[in-house]
Design a protein around this ligand. Structure first.
Ligand code: ATP
Ligand code: MG
Length: 140
């Protein structure tokens, strides 16, 4: 197993409900280290570009509006198999289908307002980290 990094976003539904610490505890309890973190208000252009892969999906416009509806917490998580590990800890996109104890099962409000984002491959993780973080903002 290799030490990897992945991009995580605590989404506006979770920052609004003051859940940053509870979600971070799940990451840390599962062996993921938060090696970069900042709370920001995304612009429409940033959110639109970040989710550009979903541009043709019917929920794209609403997803972008949701992602700019309040602050998000951008994070770089590091650990053994961090990309897959984080996806496991997050749970399924639809919280109704997420395994118990996952972040989405515990905290998500809906399939859209599902509390967290996590990169879905090592290649996307590298691109997403570069999109939001300077190397000097990542401190292992
Ligand atoms: P993320 O990319 O945020 O980590 P994911 O990889 O589990 O989530 P994707 O299929 O990439 O899911 O969808 C990106 C995001 O779009 C979801 O997390 C969710 O916020 C929103 N989304 C996905 N499917 C739907 C849907 N059917 N209706 C509304 N919003 C959706
Ligand atoms: Mg995704």
């Amino acid at each position: 197993m290799a030490v990897e990094r992945t991009l995580s976003i605590i989404k506006p539904d979770a920052t609004r409900r003051n859940l940053t610490g509870k979600i971070n505890a799940v990451f840390e309890d599962n062996g993921l280290r938060i090696v970069g973190q900042k709370r920001v208000q995304l612009s429409e252009a940033q959110a639109g570009a970040f989710y550009a892969v979903h541009k043709e999906r019917p929920f794209y416009g609403e997803l972008v509006s949701f992602m700019i509806s309040g602050p998000v917490v951008l994070q770089v998580l590091e650990g053994e198999n961090a990309v897959a590990k984080n996806r496991e800890v997050m749970g399924a996109t639809d919280p109704k289908k997420a395994e118990p104890q996952t972040i989405r099962a515990q905290f998500a409000e809906s399939i859209e307002a599902n509390s967290v984002h996590g990169s879905d491959s090592a290649e996307n993780a590298a691109n997403e980290i570069r999109f939001f973080f300077a190397e000097t903002e990542i401190l292992p």
